[in-house]
Design a protein around this ligand. Structure first.
Ligand code: AMP
Ligand code: ZN
Length: 494
């Protein structure tokens, strides 16, 4: 078996084949940095992160590029409203995006900024004008002549037969059922930021940004282009039109689109009060690992309904995996190996691979690892696990974690960071000191716990029972279960 992926262009699950042997060149539309990223954005970014991790695990070298849209209609408007430059306005949100991505375990792609590519964008427009595919309007804006690209609509499967007209649409985002000439380059309006270029003053349209940067970084034809499902039309349709009419070549082979996330069954929106940034959730005391786990637990083409119950469940699942690893790492086992455990580890690895190869079925991969944990825990209870089984079981767990990335017990440190950022970011979401203490306390890291246990043991040995009891109470209040075994003290989370 090899990877099979759904391709929006063909509307089918296809064998994933690359242009160059064992090398993947892929591009994802990144954030528009005009606000903090919300959990819907991160569902999409995480799905692409899982994909690139799995491609690497499968032996591909991956060149993964993501853009940062740091100029568009909204940014220009907000910067003008706040009386700051575009750069000043976006810097804060770009930084927050990088911090949030790291917090949630996203391996950083090669990032490219729109405002660093303005001359290339002007040049791209000039080349389209030369081919009579783009034209200039009286105000100095440039538009793409849609009638010149008969395949327009091939990605979104919209049939524009007879509806193609030369009316123009100026905005970056628009809902439409007919094809209109769209803006490639916008002349400045009074008071708006602009760049002086070879084609005149102005700023690029959003669609143009992605065509120019993806082809510059990855070549005229590359393997895969990703984004949320809302980008199929018009954004990706327009990228295809611009790029293919200029080069005469196929732009991207695979189109990977992630289904929108719902919150408690409804579309996320500020007016419904169900709109959450990643930071909102952390400030409510939720661990980054639970959020990552939940957002990656539903295959990317299925609807993910985000609920707070689901988030609690995710935390339990992550703890179960961490406790299992802890049990393997800390136990004392008799020499030898149990063939049943050996085949359990191999089967689990195979099942996870097969699940992910099946259009990235993350739910099935999780089911496989939990089946292993359940069976191995039962074997541990009856002393049926032997020394040589440990590396095999741990290896299966590591394979899982290469993709899911939740085993590392670093939530406490990450949450402390968010608490420190929150006030300086001017957020109004400051949490009470009491909750802050409670959260930090409950988030003791593995190393914190082990230090406290060592302290507790030292106090006990020097017969300072008051102090050792106090430490034990502190740990149990924080949800840590401590067991005295013949091999010493063992701990796990409740
Ligand atoms: P934006 O910053 O709005 O340009 O969006 C960045 C990425 O997040 C794009 O790929 C969007 O398609 C995606 N996105 C936006 N909202 C959601 C949502 N509710 N669920 C999943 N993906 C989303
Ligand atoms: Zn894009």
């Amino acid at each position: 078996m090899a990877l099979r992926l759904y391709n929006t262009m063909s509307s089918q699950v296809e064998d994933f084949q690359t242009i160059r042997d064992k090398e993947v060149r892929m591009y994802a539309c990144g954030p528009t940095v005009y606000d903090y990223g919300h959990i819907g954005n991160f569902r999409t970014f995480l799905a692409v992160d899982m994909l690139q991790r799995f491609l690497r695990q499968s032996g591909y070298s991956v060149r993964y590029v993501m853009n940062i849209t740091d100029v568009d209609d909204k940014i220009i408007r907000n910067a003008a409203r706040d009386g700051v430059s575009v750069q000043q306005y976006t810097a804060k949100y770009e930084k927050a995006f990088l911090e949030d991505s790291a917090m949630i375990g996203i391996q950083q792609p090669t990032l490219v900024r729109a405002t660093d590519h303005i001359p290339q964008m002007a040049d791209f427009v000039a080349r389209l004008v030369e081919k009579d595919i783009a034209y200039r309007t009286d105000d100095g804006s440039y538009y793409f002549r849609i009638a010149k690209f008969p395949a327009y609509g091939k990605l979104s499967k919209k049939d524009f037969g007879g509806m193609i007209d030369s009316a123009r649409v100026e905005f970056d985002e628009y809902d439409k059922d007919s094809a209109r000439d769209f803006a490639l380059w916008k002349a400045p309006k009074p008071g708006e930021a602009f760049w002086s270029t070879s084609i005149g003053a102005g700023r690029p349209g959003w669609h143009l940004e992605c065509s120019v940067m993806s082809m510059e970084e990855l070549g005229e034809t590359f393997d895969l282009h990703a984004g949320g499902e809302d980008l199929v039309f018009p954004h990706h349709e327009n990228e295809i039109a611009q790029s293919e009419s200029l080069t005469g070549k196929m732009f991207a082979r695979f189109w990977f689109h992630v289904r929108f996330l719902l919150v408690e069954g409804e579309k996320m929106s500020k007016s419904l009060g169900n709109f959450f940034t990643l930071r909102d959730l952390v400030l409510k005391g939720h661990k980054p690992s639970s959020i990552r786990y939940l957002l990656t637990s539903v295959p990317y083409r299925n609807q993910l309904n985000f609920t707070f119950d689901g988030l609690k469940q995710a935390a339990v699942s992550v703890d179960r995996l961490r406790n299992f690893r802890q049990r393997l790492n800390c136990g004392n086992f008799s020499p030898g190996s149990n063939p049943e455990m050996q085949s359990l580890a191999t089967e689990t690895t195979d099942r996870m691979k097969a699940a992910l190869e099946d259009d990235l079925n993350t739910a099935q991969a999780q089911a496989a690892i939990f089946e292993m944990v359940r069976r191995a825990n039962a074997a541990l209870d009856s002393n049926a696990v032997q020394k040589e089984d440990i590396p095999s079981l741990l290896a299966a767990l590591e394979k899982f974690d290469d993709i899911f990335a939740v085993l590392n017990d670093d939530d406490a440190a990450k949450m402390k960071q968010v608490f420190e950022w929150a006030p300086t970011e001017g957020r109004d979401k400051d949490i009470g000191a009491e909750l802050r203490d409670a959260v930090q306390f409950a988030q003791l890291s593995g190393a914190d716990i082990e230090n406290k246990i060592a302290e507790m043991e030292a106090a006990r040995r020097s017969r300072n029972f008051k102090s050792s009891d106090a430490l034990r109470t502190e740990l149990t209040t924080a949800g840590i279960i401590i067991e005295n075994t013949k091999d010493g003290v063992r701990w796990r989370r409740k």
